[in-house]
Design a protein around this ligand. Structure first.
Ligand SMILES: NC(=O)c1ccc[n+]([C@@H]2O[C@H](COP(=O)([O-])OP(=O)(O)OC[C@H]3O[C@@H](n4cnc5c(N)ncnc54)[C@H](O)[C@@H]3O)[C@@H](O)[C@H]2O)c1
Length: 438
């Protein structure tokens, strides 16, 4: 395939070398002429393992050319990769000036190109940039239409500096955000041979995944480092601890706890987090990330309260009260805290939870509910149907199969549902009522 690559920093230079190695003809474009001269001479513009040998090899193959002329590069290729930098502006926003300048240039160059063209944005951009910012610039400058005369798509780059050729050849996955099959197929031709899955998704989701992955990596590093600071203060070997933490691939390094849903609660997580933070304070250890978790969890609960209040409905049915389906443990259940707040705001509440029977609640469990919702007995119903029938808005915090079946039977189009546990698709009730977005 004939490919043009705009921006020959880490991402662009490594992509140019690997695509040329794989047999494609690649034109590299950069505003920095010294980088172009290096590439033309078979040298690498970036310090990366394996790049010295690979650049020499691909330059000798005759499949690599360089230019500062965007128009020439665009006209001699079917697919353009855009890999220019998107650094931080002083206020933390993303500086997209290089990207915008380039998009205008590419749009103007596209004006008199007859053959269809695919623009693959690889620079990391804030969600919405490709469709709301770059596409309009390309359309205006070219007088052509995305989806008709050309295609835009977003393919996040997952290489790491220092191992980028290896990462190019073994990425965790290939993600293509696109609105049409053509760009997905073009990228499948280029990357379909890699030993990973190729996922096609929306452009916005692909843009967001890139941020999400980087944020997750930053979070993991900080988690390990905060743990190490606490371990050091306690005289515990942090490597021994983190090594064991990483051996748990069921709950720790797994999909567990990574599904968006409602706030966490229960008898362990909040209490143990509080104890950890207290312990750290007594040892003068700062743990700002761990310290941010409970406030964030509270913000999640507050959001649910706001959603219910903003609906204007006064008759609320709560389906689920325990902190987790299949248990009657009410201690620090965010659903109990939600119920308490809604009652406090004067809303009338009915509650259904198949596992919660007032007479069976004992000890700390009973004390917690007596403290937060002392008249639970008057609100609790033992059949789902009466709660659904007596409510305008249903808060669903339970996802056991029987309850889902019951909901499917009883929920009506006039109901508003705040689905905290993502039941809609599983229960097959999506579209059967008015959903409150969550
Ligand atoms: N470096 C990484 O490991 C990495 C990994 C994944 C994603 N990314 C993202 O990829 C993008 C590029 O990162 P990088 O580290 O390769 O950047 P970089 O700063 O090393 O290189 C960017 C290049 O773009 C060139 N450029 C600027 N304006 C241009 C224009 N109008 N036409 C042609 N070239 C132009 C610059 O001269 C420079 O050579 C960024 O958005 C970054 O966030 C980087």
């Amino acid at each position: 395939m004939n490919i043009s690559i705009f921006g020959l920093g880490y991402v662009g230079a490594v992509s140019l070398a690997c695509l040329a190695r794989d047999g494609h003809r690649v034109t590299g474009v950069d505003v920095d002429e010294s980088k172009l001269a290096q590439i033309a001479a078979g040298k690498t513009p970036v310090v990366e393992e394996g790049m010295i040998e690979l650049m020499a090899q691909v330059a000798a193959s005759g499949r690599v050319s360089v230019t500062t002329d965007a128009r020439q590069a665009l006209h001699s290729s079917e697919v353009s990769f855009i890999c220019v930098g998107t650094p931080s502006a002083p206020n933390g926003s993303q500086d997209q000036s290089a990207l915008l300048r380039l998009a205008r240039e590419l749009g103007a160059a596209l004006r008199d190109k007859q053959a269809p063209h695919v623009f693959v944005f690889r620079s990391t951009v804030v969600p919405g940039t490709v469709e709301d910012v770059l596409r309009p610039v390309l359309e205006e400058a070219s007088g052509k239409k995305d989806g008709v005369d050309f295609h835009v798509c977003f393919q996040p780059e997952f290489l790491r500096e220092g191992s980028s050729i290896r990462d190019y050849d073994r990425p965790p996955f290939t993600i293509v955000g696109a609105n049409a099959p053509a760009p997905v197929e073009a990228l499948r031709k280029l990357f379909g041979h890699l030993p990973c899955e190729l996922h096609a998704t929306s452009i916005r989701a692909a843009e967001t995944v890139k941020y999400c992955c980087n944020n997750f990596h930053a979070l993991k590093i900080t988690f390990a480092n905060e743990t190490a600071r606490l371990c050091e203060a306690l005289g515990v070997d942090p490597f021994a601890v983190m090594d064991l933490v990483c051996k748990d691939t069921q709950l720790n390094l797994s999909r567990a706890y990574l599904k968006p849903g409602f706030a966490f609660g229960g008898s362990c997580l909040p209490k143990d987090l509080r104890a950890t933070l207290y312990l750290a304070r007594t040892r003068d250890v700062e743990l700002p990330m761990l310290g941010g978790i409970l406030p964030s969890n509270r913000a999640h609960l507050d959001r649910a309260i706001q959603k219910v209040l903003a609906s204007g409905k006064r008759k609320i049915g709560m389906i689920g009260l325990a902190f987790k389906s299949g248990t009657d443990d009410l201690r620090e259940s965010p659903l109990v805290l939600l119920a308490e707040q809604l009652i406090g705001k004067g809303l009338s509440l009915l509650v259904y939870d198949p596992e919660v029977h007032l007479s069976n609640l004992l000890g700390a469990n009973r004390r917690f509910i007596e403290q937060h919702v002392p008249h639970l007995g008057a609100l609790l119903r033992h059949d789902l149907e009466s709660v659904v029938a007596g409510s305008e808005l249903l808060v669903v915090g339970l996802n056991d199969p029987t309850t889902l079946e019951g909901l499917k039977r009883h929920v009506r189009p006039e109901h508003i549902v705040l689905d905290l546990v993502n039941i809609a698709d599983r229960a097959g009730v999506a579209g059967q009522y008015a959903g409150l977005s969550w």
